[in-house]
Design a protein around this ligand. Structure first.
Ligand SMILES: Cc1ncc(COP(=O)(O)O)c(C=O)c1O
Length: 400
């Protein structure tokens, strides 16, 4: 009988070869205890966390935790229903209001994950005669949204304004078009030239959707993201994002000023055909988002951390994903998967957790050690991290 699993054989083989080399599986690490947004116990050892998306360190914020406990007591552990049936509680409306206030936008829709927000928005907007243009390095959820839509898909070179403009000009002027961008690209931590990309999109009559998953809370004066930092937040038609990064919980959203936006609640399948977020999660998200509005000091400290780590790693001789620090993500480029896995393990043994990222998640077949900083990493911790990179880099031969 033909085996449906035979298509996974090359991956199974690659994984077995890697494990035979003595490396522990980088994709099955267990956090035995989490002490704070920056420290956990892994394999019985105190480990500094440098591979979470907890950019603003909100997961243990006392106000956030109190809001979650209160909602759990008052509304129970779950809604057991879709947003369009029994799954909209006062907390979901309060969270949507917090998002409208945070972004100064007219409408907000909360989804059960960030993945579903991007999947839902891209798929529902891309109809049969429409075009979706997307950056080739887009997140899997945006690609999945394209696959689920009925639109024609046109990919363009990463962060290439001219390539986007050329493709827009080739499309029928009367067709509706959606340009899909990210603020910060999560693999290399580089930022999109949103100002220029929004300008060429608008000139061609296209609507623009920006996924600000890795920028929300940190980038921009009020933490609204790259669209705010580059002065185009009023020209972006849809901002999508997640609560699983700076907000410190789980869930996703879209905000917009489009006057017909509310109709999406009836037609967006990843919104309609799934259960809504539990009341405790919704309460933690709303509290966190309101606190992120007034977090300028934390944003400034996170920038300091990012600059310090980038400069230190460069000085040690590592090759990095960007010439300058552009976000809270600093990607260290590894020569191949084997060296990357060995370095990942050496860092873990030193007491540091980073993300090992590999194709297909990474661009151009790269193996990366992705470091994502937190506003609660102290200056001393960043120093400790650099010491661990120096030791692991030398023991694996990554640096001399
Ligand atoms: C750019 C981008 N969009 C969307 C998502 C999905 O968000 P979530 O993990 O909250 O579902 C991610 C997750 O990593 C992401 O990096």
């Amino acid at each position: 009988m033909p085996d449906l699993f035979s298509k996974f054989d090359p991956l199974i083989e690659q994984r077995e070869t890697l494990l035979e080399s003595g490396v522990t599986d980088p994709f099955s690490l267990v956090m035995e205890k989490v002490e704070s947004p920056t420290v956990a116990i892994c394999n019985g050892k105190r480990t500094i966390l440098l591979g979470t998306y907890n950019y603003m360190g909100m997961t243990f914020d006392p106000d956030v935790l109190a809001a979650g406990h209160k909602a759990l007591d008052e509304f129970g552990s779950g809604t057991t229903g879709s947003r369009v049936l029994n799954g909209t509680y006062v907390g979901h409306k309060a969270l949507e209001q917090a998002l409208k206030d945070f972004y100064a936008k007219d409408h907000a829709m909360v989804f059960s994950t960030g993945y579903q927000a991007t999947l839902g928005m891209v798929s529902v907007l891309g109809g049969k005669d429409d075009y979706i243009l997307l950056d080739i390095d887009s997140h899997a959820s945006l690609y999945d949204g394209c696959a689920m839509s009925n639109a024609q898909i046109v990919a363009f070179r990463h962060n290439d304004v001219e390539a986007l403009e050329k493709r827009l000009k080739r499309l029928p002027p009367e067709a509706a078009k959606l340009v899909v961008l990210e603020g910060v690209y999560s693999m290399l931590g580089d930022v999109a030239p949103l100002k220029e990309m929004v300008a060429v999109s608008k000139a061609a009559g296209a609507m623009v959707l920006v996924d600000e998953a890795h920028a929300m809370g940190f980038i921009g004066e009020h933490g609204r993201g790259v669209a705010e930092a580059q002065g185009v937040i009023d020209d972006v038609d849809f901002i999508v994002g997640t609560f699983s990064k700076s907000v410190g919980t789980v869930g996703g959203f879209c905000v917009s000023n489009h006057p017909k936006f509310e109709i999406l609640r009836l037609v967006c399948r990843p919104y309609v055909f799934t259960a809504s977020l539990p009341p405790s999660v919704v309460a933690t998200a709303a509290t966190s988002i309101r606190k992120l509005m007034d977090s300028a000091d934390k944003r400034a400290h996170l920038w300091e951390n990012s600059r310090r780590l980038h400069a230190g790693l460069r000085q040690l001789g590592f090759q990095l994903g960007t010439d300058q620090p552009q976000s809270a993500i600093i990607a260290v480029i590894m020569p191949d998967l084997e060296t990357g896995a060995a370095m990942w393990q050496a860092l873990l043994e030193e007491g540091l957790y980073v993300n090992l990222a590999r194709p297909p998640a990474t661009p151009a077949g790269m193996t990366l050690l992705r470091c994502s900083l937190c506003a609660l990493h102290s200056e001393e911790q960043v120093g400790e991290i650099l010491g661990m990179f120096a030791a692991a880099g030398r023991s694996t031969g990554c640096i001399s």
